[in-house]
Each structure stands twice: as C-alpha cells, then as structure tokens.
Ligand binder design. Structure first.
Ligand code: PGA
Length: 218
C-alpha cells in the first residue's frame, strides 16, 4: 500500500530562525515517518528548508504555495516556475485564501498550472467543492471546503470520501487529498477507507508536536 501524502501548508507563517527549531523538534520525535511529507513553506524559507531536509536525511519533498502565471521577464514581484524548479517538486494552486484575498480567477489558475507543468513540476490543484473547474491535465486535487479551513470544523469523512470518489470517477483525478481542520485526532478517519490519498494540514503543521502526532497517526 502507498503511504499517505501529508502536505504541510505553513501559509504565511514562520521565519528562518523558527524553522531550524521546528525541524530539530520534529526530527527528534519522528525518526522514520511512513508518510510522503510535502512541506510547503513561504518562498524565502525554501532554501533553508531544502538545506534542513538534506541535513537530516529526510525523504520529504518541498512544495511552493504559489507561482506566477507569467514566465520570466518584466513582472515585478512575481516568482516564476523556472525559479522554483531548483527548490520544489510541487506547487499549490488555487487555495481558497488566494482565490478570495488575491482575487485569483479560474483563468489565472489555469495559466499557473500550465507554467508549472511546462517546467516539469507537479501542481496540486485546490477545489472548494465538486463543481470547481479543474484543468484537464491535473492529477492531484486537494478538496478543501471553505467552512472547514482554520475553523476546527472539518468536513465529515463520509462527505469528503464522496467528493474523492466523484473526482476520481468523473474527473479522472488520480490522487485526492483532503484539507480543512485536519489534526492528529481526525486524520486517520479521513484516510481509513483508502479513497482519500492524503491530507493538507495547515494549523496542525505549525506546531512540531502536533505535526509529529498527526504524521504518526496517518
Ligand atoms: P487548516 O488549513 O488545517 O488550518 O484548516 C488547511 C489549509 O487551508 O490548507
């Protein structure tokens, strides 16, 4: 059986000095995780996260939380897919916080997916419900209902499983993740049926102890 994915979405949290301690605590408490950990820090933390993953000989992968919809060039402040390729394997695209706060449209998100795939990275595409438009080339989808994000009020495992089933059958998605108030207590409920292939903890990924427990229970 394949190990579940744990996509740690740190969002706009942590500084370089804080992550050294986070790694130290997590690694000392979690020698060999039987999970595919994909750590998603903010852009400035990617180089140091890469160094720390090497330092501790972890099999983890890195993901970016965003990418430019443009290729390199005259786009001040944008981080393009080619620049990310030295650091990450995955890129999160379409998180509801960005759709809402940054006014990201389906059109922009579809462009981002293209940029990411052009350079050989894997997009993890976020949907808020079963009707969110998904580009045809997407293989990994994270289902995150808005009411569940950061609220302590997750979707029910049964409903999340029904969405996973639908996405796999009707939209040809290979891998479906669930996110929204996942923690060490509920993580196994989402993974037990095998329809959901992994989870996306936000809040629960920030605290080393909680993250270790969550990963162990997955
Ligand atoms: P949460 O965030 O675990 O804090 O609900 C998950 C996410 O938004 O990816």
């Amino acid at each position: 059986m394949r190990h579940p994915f744990i996509v740690a979405n740190w969002k706009s949290n942590k500084t370089t000095s804080e992550i050294e301690r986070w790694f130290e605590l997590v690694v000392s408490a979690m020698p060999t995780p039987h999970a595919e950990v994909i750590l998603c820090p903010s852009f400035p933390l990617l180089p140091m996260s890469q160094m720390l993953i090497e330092k501790y000989h972890l099999t983890w992968k890195l993901g970016a939380q965003d990418v430019s919809s443009f290729t390199e060039g005259k786009h001040t402040g944008e981080v393009n897919a080619k620049q990310l390729k030295n650091f990450v394997d995955y890129v999160l695209i379409g998180h509801s916080e960005r759709r809402r706060e940054l006014k990201e449209t389906d059109e922009m998100l579809f462009e981002k997916v293209k940029r990411v795939q052009e350079v050989g990275l894997t997009p993890i595409f976020f949907v808020q419900d079963k009707d969110t438009p998904i580009p045809d080339t997407i293989k990994i989808v994270a289902y995150e209902p808005i009411f569940a994000i950061g609220t302590g009020n997750p979707d029910t495992p049964e409903h999340a499983e029904s969405i996973a089933k639908y996405l796999k059958k009707s939209k040809n998605i290979q891998t479906v993740l669930y996110g929204g108030s996942v923690d060490h207590k509920n993580v196994s409920l989402f993974l037990s049926e095998g329809l959901i292939d992994g989870v996306v903890p936000g809040t629960a990924s920030l605290d080393p102890k909680e993250f270790v427990q969550l990963t162990n229970n997955a």
